[in-house]
Structures are given as C-alpha cells and as structure tokens.
Design a protein around this ligand. Structure first.
Ligand SMILES: Nc1nc2c(c(=O)[nH]1)N[C@H]1C(S)=C(S)[C@@H](COP(=O)(O)O)O[C@H]1N2
Ligand SMILES: [Mo]
Length: 328
C-alpha cells in the first residue's frame, strides 16, 4: 500500500484559501519562479499588509500545494530538505558530497538557454522568457543515485516535452544532448581537474525526452532550486540513475547520432548511455539491490525497484532494444 505522510511544509486540507488569492495564484507562482518578487513581498501582496520579515508559512504552504500534480505519489516520506540540499553530487564544485556552500557562488541570472542542432531554427532564449512559455507544476519523485543512495523530492518544474515543442526538432533528430554551464574556475574549482571531460553533458533519446516523466526542474520544496541542486534549470529523469539528471543546463542540442556523455566517456561499462535503474544488474564494483535513503540510518536500507518504480511509464521504451546494456 502507498502511504503518504504530510510534511511540515505541506498544506493541511482544512486551510481554505480566500478567493482573491485563488484567482491570482498562478501568476504569483510564476513570479516566484521568475525571481521577480520575493516571498516577503508576495506575502504582503496577498495579505494586503507588510510583514516585517520572512514568509507567511500558511501562504507558503498553499503555494506549494496548488501546483502539485497528484499523479506522482511516493511510497516513502519526502527527504527532509536539509539532507537533499547538503548532500550533493556536483563535480564542477568538487568531487565530494559537501559542496553546497561553495555552490552558492554560481550566478544563475542572467541565464541563457541555447537550442541548437537538428531543429527548425536554432535560437537562444533568456530563462525568464522560457518560463513564460511553459506550465509549472510540482511533482514528488524518487531519485536513485548509481552510488546506491536515494532521496524523494518535491520538484517544481515543467514537462520536458513542452521544451521539445518549442525547440521544433526536425524529423531526423533522435537524441537530445544537454550541457552544464562552464563557470569561471574560481567559482567551479572542479573544472581545474583537467582529466574530466568538461563540460558535463548528458543525453537521452528524443522519445525518452518526450515521455511524460521527463521533467525540467527549477524549484524544490516550494522554493527556487538551490544552486547545489542545479539551479536555475536541471533535469529530473527518475527511472534512470541520478547522473543522467544533469544540472544547471545551458544548452539542448538535437542530434541524429548518439554522443558520449561525461560519465560514459570516463567509464563506459560503469556509466552507460541507458543507465536505467535495475536492482538485478550490479554496478561492476557494487550491488544495486538496495539503497540508502539519505538522512536515514546507515543500515536502514530499502530494496531498489526496477526502473526505480516507474516501469508502468517507461518499460515500453526498451521492449525492442537488443544487445545493449540497458541497465548500467
Ligand atoms: N552538472 C552536473 N550535473 C550532475 C552531476 C554533476 O556532477 N554535475 N551529478 C549527477 C549525479 S551523480 C546525481 S546523483 C545528481 C545529484 O543531484 P542532487 O545533488 O540534487 O541530489 O545530479 C547529477 N547531475
Ligand atoms: Mo549520482
């Protein structure tokens, strides 16, 4: 059975929202995502008076809840924010989990996204302009890192198929290659490690990108995405190992041929192209049978699920693929 425990930041069923807030909520949420008004302003705007500091928790929780897509529910509790935002993989800032402080230096505005390759017309777009063209929602997703840890996160973003539609790939396009920003080395000290094939890139098939689960994320826990989690735009592709979910994206290139990604060019038999989660296919150096939920007890492991539990959405994508390592 699926159970769901309400978190402190979630709305309670009986907090009724005044009609005027209800009518405005969509625009207001967009404004938050665009960073054009802060929460303090928002609170005073909605409550009609100024608050000295901080956000009104009730309104904050309302914002979180109204956009939640009820289709994507969890079999576990949401990972407390303090763990998912302080235990991170983001090699541009260093190859340990403890990079969140350093990552604060990354400037995420202005931010331009480039769309190129096999598209009707190549273009670049300011992220605020992109956000005006898409529909935001909140989804609860599991995330399974290839290193056998996991988390469960309330992401805010939009389905990737909306971006594909804007990009207008040509008939021949088969893959989407994504690229992370290359910031100055003083900001991203990991880039000094010249044996890594920077920039970080990842790619998926166009069919995968169009699957309803492929989600482009700009917020979490009802707030803007922290830089360590990949602000201002990252992928959340929950049936694949976490390294496919590339952070701080600046470029989407549509191609006919497959291109080797960052991890694949470093260790192709450990971090392959498909990288679908499968507990029965071990990593060459460890088992993938179980996972540690970050924040939980170290020995309190749970079984890992095929496609990370998302098989009903995606298993058909792989039914006819033969002679390829689909799960690594
Ligand atoms: N640019 C970039 N994206 C990245 C990574 C990285 O090192 N650089 N690490 C990946 C890995 S291995 C994982 S598990 C997830 C971690 O996301 P999180 O820090 O939000 O948990 O980001 C992925 N995206
Ligand atoms: Mo990962």
């Amino acid at each position: 059975m699926l159970t769901k425990t309400r978190q402190s930041w979630e709305i309670s069923e009986n907090s009724i929202t005044p009609e005027n807030i209800y009518l405005d909520r969509r625009n207001i949420t967009k404004s938050i995502l665009l960073g054009s008004i802060g929460l303090t302003n928002l609170t005073s705007l909605m409550a009609g008076k100024a608050f000295a500091s901080g956000a009104n928790p009730e309104i904050q929780s309302f914002i979180n809840s109204f956009i939640r897509n009820p289709k994507y529910i969890l079999d576990r509790q949401i990972t407390p924010e303090k763990y998912s935002t302080t235990y991170n993989n983001y090699y541009e800032f260093g190859s340990n989990k403890n990079i969140w402080r350093r990552a604060q230096k990354l400037k995420t505005r202005p931010w331009t996204i480039q769309i190129d390759g096999m598209v009707e017309n190549e273009f670049s777009i300011n992220i605020e302009d992109l956000f005006k063209k898409v529909d935001f929602e909140e989804r609860l997703y599991r995330h399974r890192c290839v290193e056998a840890w996991s988390m469960a996160v309330p992401w805010i973003g939009f389905p990737m198929h909306q971006l594909i539609k804007l990009a207008k790939p040509t008939f021949d396009a088969k893959y989407v290659v994504m690229e992370t920003i290359l910031a100055d080395r003083s900001i991203m000290p990991g880039l000094r490690q010249s044996w890594y094939p920077w920039p970080y890139t990842e790619s998926i098939t166009l069919e995968e990108a169009q699957n309803e689960l492929s989600f482009l994320v700009t917020g979490m826990y009802g707030k803007e995405l922290p830089t360590q989690n990949g602000a201002p735009l990252r992928l959340a592709i929950p049936w694949k190992y976490g390294f496919k979910s590339i952070k701080s994206i600046v470029r989407f290139t549509f191609t006919k041929e497959r291109k080797k990604s960052f991890w694949e060019s470093l260790a192709p038999n450990e971090y392959g192209f498909w990288a679908n989660v499968n507990p029965d296919v071990s990593h060459p150096r460890w088992s993938q049978k179980t996972e540690w939920k970050i924040g939980g007890g170290k020995y309190d492991r749970v079984p890992t699920m095929l496609f990370n539990g998302y098989g009903e959405y995606v298993s058909h994508l792989y039914a006819n693929i033969k002679d390829e390592s689909l799960y690594r």
